[in-house]
Design a protein around this ligand. Structure first.
Ligand SMILES: Cc1cc2nc3c(=O)[nH]c(=O)nc-3n(C[C@H](O)[C@H](O)[C@H](O)COP(=O)(O)OP(=O)(O)OC[C@H]3O[C@@H](n4cnc5c(N)ncnc54)[C@H](O)[C@@H]3O)c2cc1C
Length: 568
């Protein structure tokens, strides 16, 4: 198979990139390859909204304030030029989405409604009740179909292939037939989403958020940036870790401890529940640690998110999905009772290193979306900024890939990787499994949550790292695919995803051990202060053939605002 521009991933990032590519040059062959049907990508789970300084609710808002809020929220690790670009593009891209037909919630005067969100100093988050991601994904998918983008649905990318200078293609498996193929390309855009599933059992992310593209990039010698930064969202449901959107606090929800106190008054006296996510997550865990949380019969610890004072009408209008989720997964009607919540692993700030044009160091390989690290979120992302990031940079990635593909031919070679992948899968399919994938996955999540959770320290992390190495060795030794069939073999797919998660966990742990400070989402009890003198840099990691890592320091763009202490 031969495709000019192949986009891997059909979430908001991949679809926007495809749309922008095909509109740029209709003579090129643009296709999207996705392991799930496009409209089931994790973008569809986004609830709260997307940020843009439209100033529809608060006329004093503007792009500059949005830029500053984002940089402050990032704990000064974001690249400031990239942030500025994103925030100034935001109003334009919201209008573009609106013109495509995205049904935003409206104010009485007909303008797009905007709600308050964590870490934002103005009401800036555009929304569609609590289903923004769903409507965005469907709108973009319709547009892609309309414009003639081709889709390879239910195809799984295995590896990225290049010759050290330029991309040659990818290897992939057609899930519906089990056939493994090499796809030749002029350019690829990796839009495979985040990797919070590395915290299996403790995450808000869909089952498919296994960092496949990020792990493939690591194997292909590309640079992974800032992998130690993984955001915990403050409010996941107690039992399932499913997300309760920040919109719940944006609309006025309170966080309450077992003494009945609105404890955020201690930690963020001004912003209260609408402090940034890193701070609110830590505050919840601190209450629990110090004995002011609740504990259920199964020993799960949590605090309350109380929305009862908002009243039935507002809840039904603005937060209908959250109400359904709480009824289905906790048996609680939020109109009448507070929701038991605890922090949940939610968003990967780190990912595949690119410049502002979404280029990686290998020609013809681009990355975008949650899989990418530009970086616009630094050490902590603000709610509503990811959906913005994926469309703004999706737009760029599409155009840049076109520019490159127009000027190049298909690169020869690359089929060797196909043989290796076929061999690897053959072995997995022929061995007998000595352990169950399900058990190992749970074990991975437990290790990550315990040793690389909201609070970290040297001893815990070292212990965790040893456990991870052991788990990885066991998986490679003992794990095989138990289902031997070819058609829709989800056992095979899950096993491959698990190997990707192990690669991700490895880098995440390694990167965490190198950073001896606390910044944004990354918090260490043994180094509780931010240390700009020694650690104001991006961690840049590549992997050697023997499995060891190279660690380099990347410069942070501080061209707009000097680092200052964050207060909320
Ligand atoms: C529950 C939840 C709520 C959220 N709410 C908000 C919000 O309100 N506002 C906000 O700004 N952000 C929110 N976020 C974050 C935001 O939704 C995500 O960061 C963003 O949607 C990621 O988009 P993406 O296109 O990069 O990846 P995804 O939407 O995750 O898409 C990844 C795509 O890659 C494909 N893929 C992955 N691996 C492979 C492979 N090996 N082969 C082939 N295809 C592959 C998948 O099939 C999928 O199509 C939320 C996240 C979650 C989990």
């Amino acid at each position: 198979m031969q495709i000019d521009i192949l986009i891997i991933g059909a979430g908001g990032a991949g679809l926007y990139a495809a749309l922008s590519a095909i509109k740029e040059n209709r003579d090129l062959n643009v296709a999207v390859l996705s392991k799930v049907y496009p409209t089931r990508s994790h973008t569809g789970a986004a609830q709260g909204g997307i940020n843009a300084a439209l100033a529809n609710v608060d006329p004093t808002d503007n792009e500059e304030i949005h830029t500053f809020d984002t940089i402050k929220g990032s704990d000064y690790l974001a690249d400031q030029g990239a942030v500025k670009y994103m925030c100034y593009e935001a109003p334009k891209i919201i209008r573009a989405l609106e013109h495509m037909g995205l049904p935003f919630s409206r104010l009485n005067n007909g303008k797009i409604a905007q709600r308050p969100f964590g870490g934002a100093s103005k009401n800036r988050t555009c929304y569609s009740a609590d289903k923004i991601g769903l409507v965005m994904l469907h709108t973009l998918y319709e547009q892609c179909i309309k414009e003639g983008v081709k889709f390879l649905n239910e195809w799984f990318m295995l590896n990225i292939v290049h010759n050290g200078k330029r991309v040659q293609g990818i290897t992939a498996i057609n899930i519906s037939t089990g056939e493994i193929t090499f796809i030749k390309t002029k350019a690829i855009i990796i839009a495979t989403g985040g990797h919070s599933r590395v915290y299996w059992g403790y995450t808000s992310n869909a089952l498919g958020c296994t960092g496949d593209g990020t792990a493939a990039a690591l194997r292909a010698g590309l640079v992974l940036k800032d992998m130690e930064f993984l955001q915990f969202h403050p409010t996941g449901l107690r039992k399932s870790a499913i997300l309760v959107s920040e919109a719940a606090r944006g609309e006025g929800g309170y966080l309450i401890n077992s003494l009945g106190e609105r404890f955020m008054s201690k930690y963020a006296p001004e912003k209260m529940e609408l402090g940034p996510r890193d701070l609110v997550s830590r505050s919840i865990m601190m209450e629990i640690r110090e004995g002011r949380g609740f504990k259920d019969e199964e020993g799960r610890e949590y605090v309350h998110l109380d929305l009862t004072h908002l009243g039935e009408e507002k809840i039904k209008e603005r937060l209908p999905q959250i109400r359904e989720l709480a009824i289905d997964f906790e048996g609680i009607d939020i109109v009448k009772e507070p929701i038991p919540i605890k922090p949940t692993a939610h968003y990967a700030m780190g990912g595949i290193h690119t410049n502002i044009k979404c280029e990686t160091p290998i020609e013809g390989i681009y990355a975008v979306g949650e899989a990418q690290c530009v970086s616009v979120h630094g050490a902590n992302r603000l709610g509503g900024n990811s959906l913005l990031d994926i469309v703004v940079f999706g737009n760029i990635a599409g155009k840049e890939a076109v520019r490159y593909a127009e000027a190049t031919n298909f690169e020869k070679g690359g089929e060797k990787k196909l043989k290796e992948d076929i061999e690897f899968i053959k072995e997995l399919m022929s061995k007998e499994s000595k352990e169950h994938l399900g058990d190992l996955r749970v074990e991975l999540g437990e290790i990550m949550f315990k040793h690389f959770g909201v609070f970290k320290n040297e001893k815990e992390m070292q212990e965790g790292y040893e456990k991870l190495k052991n788990l990885k060795a066991r998986a490679y030794e003992n794990l095989a695919v138990e289902d031997k069939s070819k058609i829709f073999n989800l056992d095979l797919q899950s096993t491959l995803e698990f190997f990707n998660l192990l690669d991700i966990a490895d880098v995440l742990a390694f990167a965490s051990l190198q950073r001896k400070e606390s910044r944004g989402s990354f918090y260490r009890d043994d180094y509780p202060k931010r240390d700009d003198e020694n650690y104001l840099y991006h961690s840049m990691i590549t992997r050697n053939s023997d499995g060891s890592f190279n660690y380099e320091k990347g410069e942070v763009d501080l061209s707009l605002y000097a680092p200052a202490e964050r207060k909320y």
